[in-house]
Design a protein. Structure first.
Length: 422
């Protein structure tokens, strides 16, 4: 079932409300028949909160609903939405995006037929996983343009000591009210920009992976995001921060990234070397990354990685062969099981490498955002620009540049690190 609709800055018509409500009544069929092309419906615009109140009331009158939120998200929500009457699970404090908390929420769902999450990253992941476990659909009302996972078909949850990705179903609907989103805390808005303006480094890695192992290029997606990216950068400069216009473009790009991951059955279109670096830094320096939003960390690794890529793309790829997995990583001690999983991932990656004579040419991709323009845009958004900005030490980033390539089965320009001088 293909479900994709965008309503920008106008009232929903009754037949549109009925169509969306109809998807709820067919929830079991939809969940069984969901395909790679069945992206989430989305509503983006101003004043949507009050305009969509009738629609949510219709959900309430026809279905047993569990609303889920946290105190800060719900307080922000009530500044723009009418108060909701119904069954509500409101966390006492900000919850943790962990498998344990998601399993607990799944037990609380009980006889609900629909989950409506009100929040951003953590609430979205908890609701997504819990609803999937109970075999019911869910809707997310976004309260911050902070990350690109709203419409993806996976949940990022802490399990066994580190973040893992769990397969789920995407939401059937994402409501994104621009007034609500534009009033989100500045750091959350900045995090969304960081998680979005990594497009250039992601695209460059994907072009390399296509050359080395024939990986897909997602060319249409990157062509679309390139146009939106230029608009976002212009809006950030004009508004000197994340205002209404930049919020609109930003949220569109975040949802597009989630859809791209959903269609690809992979996070690859939105996560490459910069994310591998970020995840390793979270392992190496948890005291530094604690309390840092994901997108803030991505803005730091994106800039560090963009500088590396600009050196790498000048190198010839002729005769490239990967290095062996290091017997002893000269980095902070990690869980032996995690090291073993990294080793398996790297051997899987080596097996993907095509013989040099069979490698396709590097594909032509949309233009990269120049490093200086990228830096300026992230600065306008209020993102941290260096690891030192959040209290880290430079050698941690060097370790990430040196060793992140061993942690995931993806070919990136990190794999050229042994061949250049940084």
């Amino acid at each position: 079932m293909h479900l994709k609709c965008i309503f920008l800055d106008f009232f929903l018509h009754e037949h549109q409300k009925r169509d969306i409500i109809h998807t709820i009544t067919r929830r079991k069929t939809m969940l069984i028949n969901q395909t790679s092309n069945s992206n989430s419906a989305r509503i983006i615009g101003q004043n949507l909160a009050r305009q969509s109140a009738d629609m949510l009331q219709k959900y309430t009158s026809h279905h047993r609903i569990l609303y889920v939120s946290d105190p800060s998200s719900y307080e922000a929500f009530t500044n723009f939405f009418p108060l909701i009457e119904g069954r509500f699970h409101l966390y006492d404090a900000s919850p943790t995006a962990s498998r344990d908390d998601a399993d607990e929420l799944a037990h609380l769902i009980d006889d609900a037929e629909l989950v409506i999450g009100i929040g951003s990253g953590t609430i979205n992941d908890l609701c997504k996983y819990a609803a999937f476990q109970r075999g019911i659909p869910y809707i997310i009302i976004a309260t911050a343009p902070s990350m690109n996972g709203y419409t993806s078909a996976n949940a990022s949850l802490l399990h066994d000591g580190h973040k893992q990705s769990f397969a789920c179903h995407a939401p059937i609907l994402c409501i994104a009210d621009l007034d609500l989103l534009a009033h989100a805390p500045a750091r959350l808005r900045a995090a969304g920009v960081g998680d979005t303006l990594c497009r250039s480094v992601i695209m460059t890695d994907i072009a390399l992976a296509h050359h080395l192992c024939g990986a897909p290029t997602y060319a249409d997606y990157f062509a679309m995001t390139h146009k939106n990216e230029l608009q976002l950068v212009h809006s950030l400069e004009t508004e000197r921060g994340v205002g209404i216009e930049s919020t609109k473009t930003l949220m569109t790009m975040l949802l597009d990234a989630g859809d791209a991951m959903h269609c690809a059955h992979s996070s690859a279109p939105a996560s490459q070397g910069e994310h591998m670096m970020a995840h390793l830094l979270e392992t190496l320096a948890p005291d530094v990354t604690e309390g840092v939003y994901h997108g803030e960390l991505i803005s730091i690794t994106t800039l560090a990685y963009a500088a590396l890529q600009e050196q790498c793309i000048q190198q010839t790829l002729e005769g490239f062969t990967p290095v062996a997995f290091p017997k002893n990583m000269v980095i902070a001690p990690c869980d032996p099981d995690l090291h073993a999983s990294w080793h398996r991932a790297y051997e899987e990656k080596r097996a993907m490498l095509l013989p040099e004579a069979q490698r396709p040419a590097l594909p032509v991709m949309p233009a990269r955002l120049p490093y200086d323009a990228l830096t300026s845009a992230l600065r306008y958004a209020g993102c941290p620009l260096t690891w030192e900005d959040i209290g880290g030490e430079a050698h941690d980033v060097q370790h990430a540049l040196n060793y992140a390539r061993f942690t995931r089965a993806r070919w990136t320009y990190l794999d050229l690190m042994p061949y250049i001088v940084v």
